[in-house]
Design a protein around this ligand. Structure first.
Ligand code: ADP
Length: 491
């Protein structure tokens, strides 16, 4: 099969969070199953060019219609750890992707509307006719709309779209301007409730809603979050749209790329280790302490890695730091915040804890350090408010860092409580789960983990190993996506 992914991220070259990991990992898996996969991305000025091999211009004269005129673009091609990627660079005063950031601009809706249009135009003009176009999140929600309403009439009538929603929180909102810019026009038609009109704001067009309506298949990134999105208020106003489209909506659990995330071969960690020989993990713990200037004492290290965003339960992250210290553990945090209030709060905490030899807060994005933390930590805490899938607990499991998670979304599908899980026998349990979003619930789960570490190290080691044997590679989800592609191709 010939599959084209259109996305705003692809790890490690463009990564703000799990979306990047998924686009890369899924593509690799599909290729090992003998499919042809190409990824179309924006050419951001700030992406990690050091992860691209042989970047060269592949298509010089791509003219993309925009506001009745056209913007000249170049398309570059290169290999990101074996995966072929195309990067679209517009030459216009808007400077859409030369902003020193991936997201967070006031015209993000127009930046990614343009990117979606440019990606389709590239497919059309370069005669690429994939069997399946796979789009991700709001940034590419307009692709299935433009494909169905415009590009199929230009000769792309056989292409089918799978649309994956990684996070319902950001949906992409625009006014009628969007229609003039993209050439969709026909204001009354697209403002119809059955098409793009936002479910709550009658004057707004909603990219993600349109993506759901127009795609051949829609999924979110875990079965439990699919259920939550459909049956609870967690889908930020799209529940009714999902209900109307329930026949083509499902949940497919994310995997992780075991070449990138493997303690036996990880190039960012100084000591390799495996489930049958955990010696290297102890050495990595030492290396982590050296790197972060933590004291070398007989204490467990609890870690948090992730975006510092309301979604991630920042009030509980904050509490976890102090509770770990109070219980005689060490705490390492690696996170970045886009919200100024949250950012200030964690900078304040960082300054306050600066001289504490048991704690380090690293505020920023650092891929290499993340690997060392997974390898050196004993436990990883994920107290999210909601979590479509969550990768940090899965990576933690792979690296023998026992997850302590809140029982929401994909965390429910991946972590099984050591003491209380009723679905798995004791030898298949792999972590700790709490449910209420309050300090007491978090504390009780952390206490159970910390007590086991201290009082029964053999059982704790056994729990680590039980986590490490889980197969959360792309093997199984890869099969599921291929079944979806096959299904929509033959519909
Ligand atoms: P989300 O997609 O909501 O951000 P996930 O748990 O699905 O969360 O994926 C997070 C990914 O981003 C993981 O690969 C994690 O290691 C990585 N990550 C998150 N924050 C940072 C950071 N500050 N530095 C390095 N890696 C990070």
């Amino acid at each position: 099969m010939y599959i084209v992914q259109i996305a705003s991220e692809c790890a490690p070259v463009i990564k703000a969070g799990g979306l990047g990991d998924v686009v890369y990992g899924l593509s690799r898996e599909l290729e090992t199953r003998e499919n042809c996969v190409e990824i179309i991305l924006p050419k951001y000025d700030c992406m990690r060019y050091d992860h691209i091999w042989r970047l060269h211009d592949a298509y010089r004269d791509l003219w993309v219609p925009w506001y009745g005129a056209a913007i000249h673009c170049s398309v570059y091609c290169g290999w990101v750890h074996g995966q072929v990627c195309f990067f679209i660079e517009p030459h216009s005063e808007d400077n859409f992707f030369n902003r020193g950031c991936y997201y967070g601009c006031s015209d993000d809706n127009m930046r990614f509307a343009f990117f979606s249009k440019a990606a389709l135009e590239f497919l059309l003009q370069s005669n690429k006719r994939p069997d399946v176009i796979h789009c991700h999140d709001w940034q590419t929600g307009l692709v299935p709309i433009m494909l169905y309403e415009m590009y199929q009439h230009y000769g792309m009538e056989r292409q089918r779209v799978c649309y994956t929603i990684h996070n319902f929180k950001h949906q992409g909102i625009a006014g009628a301007d969007l229609l003039w810019a993209t050439g969709l026009n026909r204001e009354p038609y697209y403002f119809h409730y059955d098409r793009l009109r936002d479910n709550f704001n009658p004057f707004a067009l909603n990219y993600m809603k349109g993506g759901i309506v127009y795609s051949n298949y829609v999924n979110t990134v875990s079965p439990h979050h699919a259920w939550e999105a459909h049956h609870t208020g967690i889908s930020y106003g799209l529940g009714h749209t999902l209900h109307l489209n329930q026949d083509k909506f499902g949940g497919i659990l994310n995997g992780i790329d075991y070449d990138m995330w493997n303690p036996e071969s990880d190039r960012y960690i100084p000591y390799h280790y495996a489930k049958h020989d955990l010696q290297g993990k102890a050495l990595n713990k030492k290396a982590l302490r050296d790197r972060l200037l933590l004291s070398h004492v007989d204490k467990p290290i609890v870690a948090f890695i992730g975006r510092l965003d309301d979604q991630k339960g920042v009030h509980l992250v904050h509490h976890a730091i102090y509770h770990a210290l109070h219980k005689g553990a060490q705490f390492v945090l690696l996170g970045s915040a886009t919200d100024a209030g949250i950012n200030n709060r964690f900078w304040h905490e960082k300054n306050f804890l600066n001289n504490n030899p048991d704690c380090h807060l690293e505020l920023g994005f650092n891929e290499e350090l993340a690997h060392l933390i997974y390898a050196g930590a004993d436990m990883i805490v994920v107290p999210s408010n909601y979590e479509p899938c969550g990768l940090t607990q899965v990576i933690g499991l792979q690296y023998g860092a026992v997850p302590i998670v809140r029982g929401v979304g994909g965390l429910v599908n991946t972590v099984f409580d050591q003491d209380h899980d009723s679905t798995k026998p004791p030898e298949e349990r792999n972590g700790y789960v709490f449910y209420q979003a309050d300090n007491h619930a978090l504390e009780s789960a952390m206490d159970r983990a910390l007590d086991l570490w201290r009082q029964n190290p053999d059982s704790f080691r056994q729990l680590m190993v039980q986590g490490m044997v889980y197969d959360y590679s792309w093997n199984h989800p890869g099969e599921e996506y291929l079944a979806v592609y096959d299904h929509i191709r033959h519909k």
